[in-house]
Design a protein around this ligand. Structure first.
Ligand SMILES: *Cc1c(COP(=O)(O)O)cnc(C)c1O
Length: 409
């Protein structure tokens, strides 16, 4: 454990993440899976002391902390270059705990208007019940962000690469703005693990849905919060911490399997990126309207190249505008029949997944602005897989495009 601690805060994006992993205490190459909800004490005083403050290497109860969740958390903190981290039972748990820990009734959040549907619903429908107001803005317009900030604002919330149009947020400028108003910047980095390191650009709290690229096998739901020691202590405080008291503990068997998948994240992200870049370029060559941060024609290409960790590429997510929702649906069925991948929500799986983001998070955006952004009802969002023969996959996509008349055969 002491090795891992030394690395905190010294993140080198080029360093393979295996360096952050901790070996088992009995010499296992993988750490032992915690199979206990509770832990023994040699004295009553020690137990009392642990209620007061953290003791290195001591565990009380698995909803608070357990060894395997701590290993996974440390590996994720190493990946994001933060001092500390806490894993949660879902990405939504990471997001709701981060907001609820640092906001009270009467406080406000300035959030991007293009965010994950579940986050949008939490902000729009649920937080107001607790007296927390969320103002939705165009995060790529810093003046709009600035004018939404007032004396009650506590948090700026965004995704580093937004859903579904893959707009890239100017993290260095946004964190400067947040800190000049004494606000915390929370960044959801689910779409761009390793590719973008928000902490390097000044973000205070980084949340992930581990369900997606980080786990990568679409077999579980999990999340994490990467942030300072101080914030993790607040979140896990036995008497006042959101992750302790709201109870979103990650099961230790899952923590162990996610930790093993994390070993290959750097290879997977690189392959997802290479495949998605190829598909994006081919679709663009066909004259189609495609959104991908790695295309030179893309509006945020320069910003992306300025803030990204280049060796991991531009990521596995891309969007294609099919014009109408009907065409989008037809194309997705044709691609599924042609074995391109699956019509399914979620992302980061080793096979290609596609879905139509529809109207969910876009209702807040006036029609003129939606047009200006290119946010169409006919959008298909792709999470490109780890295909070993991406040329063949593209031939299958092209066949689908021909079948539904989006291109001429
Ligand atoms: C999936 C997702 C979430 C929610 O994560 P869960 O693990 O499903 O709770 C949050 N943000 C983004 C960007 C996502 O893609």
């Amino acid at each position: 454990m002491s090795d891992t601690k030394k690395i905190h805060g010294q993140f080198d994006p080029a360093q393979p993440i295996q360096d952050f992993l901790v070996f088992g205490e009995f010499g296992d190459v993988n750490p032992s899976i915690t199979d206990s909800s509770t832990y023994t004490f040699l004295s009553a005083e020690k137990m009392e002391e642990l209620f007061e403050h953290e003791i290195e290497g001591c565990f009380l109860y698995s909803r608070h902390w357990n060894p395997i969740n701590r290993y996974l958390s440390q590996a994720l903190a190493g990946m994001e270059g933060t001092e500390s981290a806490i894993v949660t039972s879902s990405g939504m748990a990471a997001i709701s705990c981060s907001i609820l820990q640092f906001c009270s009734s009467g406080d406000e959040v300035v959030a991007s208007r293009t965010i994950y549907g579940g986050t949008y619903a939490l902000f729009k429908n649920f937080l107001p019940k607790l007296g927390i107001t969320v103002r939705f803005v165009n995060m790529t317009d810093l003046d709009a962000v600035k004018s939404a900030i007032n004396a009650n604002t506590k948090i700026i919330y965004c995704e580093s690469v937004s859903n579904p149009l893959l707009e890239v947020v100017n993290l260095p400028k946004l964190s400067k703005l947040a800190h000049s108003h004494n606000l915390k910047l929370i960044v959801d980095n689910t779409f761009s693990p390793l590719m973008i390191s928000p902490a390097v650009h000044g973000a205070d709290i980084i949340v992930h849905s581990l369900t997606k690229f980080i786990n990568g096998t679409s077999d579980c739901v999990a999340g994490c919060i990467c942030t300072s020691h101080e914030n993790v202590e607040a979140l896990t405080n036995i008497n006042s911490g959101a992750s302790m008291l709201l109870g979103p503990v990650l099961d230790s068997y899952r923590a162990a399997s996610i930790l093993k998948n994390l070993h290959s994240l750097h290879l997977r992200v690189t392959q997802h990126s290479a495949n998605a870049l190829y598909i994006a370029q081919q679709l663009e060559n066909l004259g189609l309207k495609v959104f991908y941060p790695g295309l030179k024609s893309y509006k945020h290409y320069n910003l992306m190249t300025a803030i990204m960790n280049k060796k991991y590429g531009f990521g596995g997510m891309l969007a294609l505008d099919c014009g109408t929702p009907e065409k989008a649906d037809e194309l997705m069925i044709a691609m599924q029949n042609n074995k391109v991948g699956y019509l399914a929500v979620s992302l980061g799986y080793f096979k290609t997944l596609f879905s139509s983001p529809g109207h969910s998070t876009s209702s807040e955006i006036p029609p003129e602005e939606r047009d200006a952004m290119g946010l169409s009802d006919g959008l298909v969002r792709f999470s490109i897989g780890l295909d070993n023969n991406i040329e063949l996959s593209f031939i299958r996509i092209k066949k689908g495009l021909e079948e539904v008349g989006l291109i001429k055969s």
